[in-house]
Design a protein around this ligand. Structure first.
Ligand code: APR
Length: 497
C-alpha cells in the first residue's frame, strides 16, 4: 500500500493516505460506512462483515441501529483491527438537505468515540462515496476539513488513515492534501462554522439561567447543558439571539446584504415564529421589538433603530459573521438594523473587526486575540474600526486593555458595552471554547447573549471541532441550524473564490 503523509496545517498530527482494502489494516479501529440498521450491506460494509465473521453482526444486533451522522463501536473479531466504528453517512440528495453537516458529523463522532475509548489510530473509508452517491471531491474535502480541525484541538489521536479503494477517491484526496491552501481553507472554514454554530450553542447553554445573578451561579455554576429554568424551555433551546442570527444568515445567503429583506425576516420571526426551534418566540428585547414595529409601520431604514443614545441594548450585528460584514461597517456608516444609538454604532464594527481578525488568523488559534492583548494593538484590527463620537465608553475595547481587566470589573448585563467587554474578556482569557462560554454564562445576568457573542468569538478562535459534541447533540433543531450555517459559509467562500 502506498503511504502518503500529510501534516495538517492546524496541528502537527499526520493524516495518511493509503490505497487498498480497509479490512486488512491493523489499527485500533477501522470505520465502517454502514446503514442505519447496522446489520451489514454491500460495499465496505459487506467487506467488513465478511472479514470479521458472524460475531460482528451478532453484536451489531444489540446496538439497535444508528441514526445518520452518529457512530457506534463494536469489537473487530477476526479483523486485524481491534474495533469497528460503525457510522452512517448521508445519502446524497443534491446538497441542500444538511448532507455536508451530517457527513462532517460522521467523521467527528467517529473520532470522538475513538478518543473517548483511548484509541490512538483510526482508518476511514470514503464515507458516502459509493452507494450513497456523495460527489467524491466534495466528500473528501469535508473529510479532510473535519479531521484536520479535530486533530488541531486534540492531542490523543496519533494517526488517521484515509483508505482509498479506488482511483477516483485517491486522486481527490491527493489533490486536496497537496494543496498548500488546504490548511488555510481548513482553518478558515472550520473557524467560520465555529463562529456561527458557536454563537447558537452558547446561546442555548445560557438560556436556562438568564437573569440569574453571579452570586447564584457561583453557588450553582453551569458546567454543561441544562434545561427549563428561566423560560422553562427544553434543553438545547436557543433564543432570539440565534433566531436573528439565522434570519440574518438566511437573508445573506439569498439576497446578499439587503437590510429590508433582513427586517422582513425579523418580522416573520416576531409575528410568525419563523427561525425558532419550537415555534415559540420568547425573551424579545425592547429595542428589537420597537425597531421591527417601526419597520412594519413603513418607517425608512434610517429610522428603524431607536435614536436615543441611552437606550440599553445589545449588539444586533454581533450575529453577523465578519465575512458577511458590509464594507460600510468599518466606516461606521452601517447602523445596526435594530439598535441605533452611538454606542451600538461603535460596537457593531468593533466586534465585526475582531471577528475578521480571528477568522483571518488562520492556524493561529487564539493568537489573534492574544496578540492584540500582548502588544496592545487593540483587540479590533488596528485601523479597522475608527473610534467615533459616542465611542468614549469603548476605549478599553478598542485599545485591547479590556482583556487585562480583573474578573470583578467584568459584567454580563444586557448593556451593549458590558456584553462586548465580557465576551472579549472571556474569549481571550480561556484556553478553549468550552471554558470561554461557561465563564460567560457564569458571569450571570444576560447569560444567553453574553454566551452567544462569546461563543462566536471562541468558535472563530478555536474552530468547529472545539465545540463539545455533547453540546451540539443537545442543540434543538440541530440539522436546521447546521444547514443554514453551512450554506452561509459556502456563500462566503464562493464570494471569495
Ligand atoms: N476498503 C476500503 N474502502 C472500500 C472497500 C474496502 N474493502 N470497499 C468499498 N470501499 C469504498 C468504496 O469504493 C467507496 O469509496 O468505500 C467507499 C464507500 O462506499 P460504500 O461502501 O458504498 O458506502 P456508502 O457510499 O457510504 O454507502 C453506504 O452501502 O454498503 C452499503 O450497508 C451500506 O447501505 C450502506 C451503504
Amino acid at each position: 500500500m502506498a503511504i502518503w503523509a500529510y501534516t495538517a496545517g492546524m496541528s502537527e498530527r499526520r493524516i495518511e493516505l493509503v490505497r487498498g482494502d480497509i479490512t486488512r489494516l491493523a489499527v485500533d479501529a477501522i470505520v465502517n460506512a454502514a446503514n442505519t440498521s447496522l446489520l451489514g450491506g454491500g460495499g465496505v460494509d459487506g467487506a467488513i462483515h465478511r472479514a470479521a465473521g458472524p460475531e460482528l453482526v451478532a453484536e451489531c444486533r444489540m446496538l439497535h441501529g444508528c441514526p445518520t451522522g452518529q457512530a457506534k463501536m463494536t469489537r473487530g473479531y477476526r479483523l486485524p483491527a481491534r474495533h469497528v466504528i460503525h457510522t452512517v453517512g448521508p445519502v446524497w440528495n443534491g446538497g441542500h438537505r444538511g448532507e455536508e453537516a451530517l457527513l462532517a458529523s460522521c467523521y467527528r463522532n467517529s473520532l470522538e468515540l475513538a478518543r473517548a475509548h483511548g484509541l490512538r489510530t483510526i482508518a476511514f473509508p470514503a464515507i458516502s462515496c459509493g452507494i450513497y452517491g456523495y460527489p467524491i471531491e466534495a466528500a473528501c474535502a469535508v473529510a479532510v476539513r473535519t479531521i484536520s480541525a479535530f486533530l488541531a484541538e486534540d492531542a490523543a489521536i496519533e494517526r488517521v488513515v484515509l483508505v482509498c479503494f479506488d482511483e477516483a477517491v485517491h486522486d481527490a484526496y491527493a489533490a486536496i492534501l497537496a494543496d498548500p491552501g488546504t490548511s488555510a481553507s481548513v482553518d478558515a472554514h472550520a473557524r467560520m462554522l465555529g463562529c456561527l454554530l458557536g454563537a447558537v450553542v452558547g446561546d442555548a447553554l445560557g438560556v436556562p439561567v438568564e437573569f440569574r445573578s453571579r452570586e447564584q451561579l457561583s453557588a450553582d455554576p453551569v458546567t454543561g447543558v441544562r434545561g427549563h429554568g428561566t423560560y422553562n424551555q427544553p434543553p438545547g433551546t436557543w433564543s432570539d439571539d440565534s433566531s436573528l442570527l439565522l434570519a440574518t444568515a438566511d437573508s445573506l445567503i439569498n439576497h446578499g446584504y439587503d437590510p429590508p429583506d433582513m427586517m422582513g425576516r425579523f418580522l416573520a420571526w416576531l409575528k410568525g415564529q419563523a427561525y425558532t426551534p419550537h415555534g415559540e418566540v420568547f425573551d424579545v428585547g425592547i429595542a428589537t421589538r420597537s425597531a421591527i414595529a417601526r419597520y412594519a409601520n413603513g418607517a425608512p431604514p434610517e429610522a428603524w433603530g431607536p435614536q436615543r443614545a441611552r437606550q440599553r441594548q445589545r449588539l444586533a450585528d454581533a450575529d453577523r459573521p465578519a465575512g458577511a460584514v458590509h464594507p460600510r461597517a468599518d466606516a461606521g456608516g452601517d447602523r445596526p438594523l435594530q439598535h441605533g444609538g452611538q454606542r451600538a454604532d461603535a460596537r457593531a464594527p468593533a466586534l465585526a473587526a475582531v471577528l475578521r481578525v480571528l477568522l483571518a488568523a488562520a492556524g493561529a488559534g487564539g493568537a489573534g486575540l492574544v496578540t492584540a492583548k500582548g502588544d496592545g494593538a487593540g483587540v479590533a484590527a488596528p485601523g479597522a474600526v475608527r473610534a467615533r463620537r459616542g465611542a468614549r465608553r469603548v476605549e478599553r475595547i478598542l485599545d485591547g486593555s479590556i482583556v487585562e481587566a480583573p474578573a470583578s470589573a467584568i459584567r454580563g448585563s444586557g448593556y451593549v458595552v458590558h456584553c462586548l467587554e465580557a465576551s472579549l474578556w472571556c474569549a481571550a482569557n480561556h484556553r478553549s471554547y468550552e471554558e470561554a462560554v461557561l465563564a460567560a454564562i457564569n458571569l450571570g445576568e444576560d447569560t444567553d447573549t453574553t454566551a452567544s457573542v462569546t461563543g462566536a468569538l471562541a468558535g472563530a478562535m478555536h474552530g468547529l471541532a472545539a465545540i463539545p459534541e455533547a453540546w451540539l447533540r443537545a442543540l434543538a433543531s440541530r440539522e436546521y441550524v447546521e444547514t443554514i450555517c453551512a450554506r452561509l459559509v459556502e456563500r462566503i467562500e464562493a464570494g471569495r473564490s
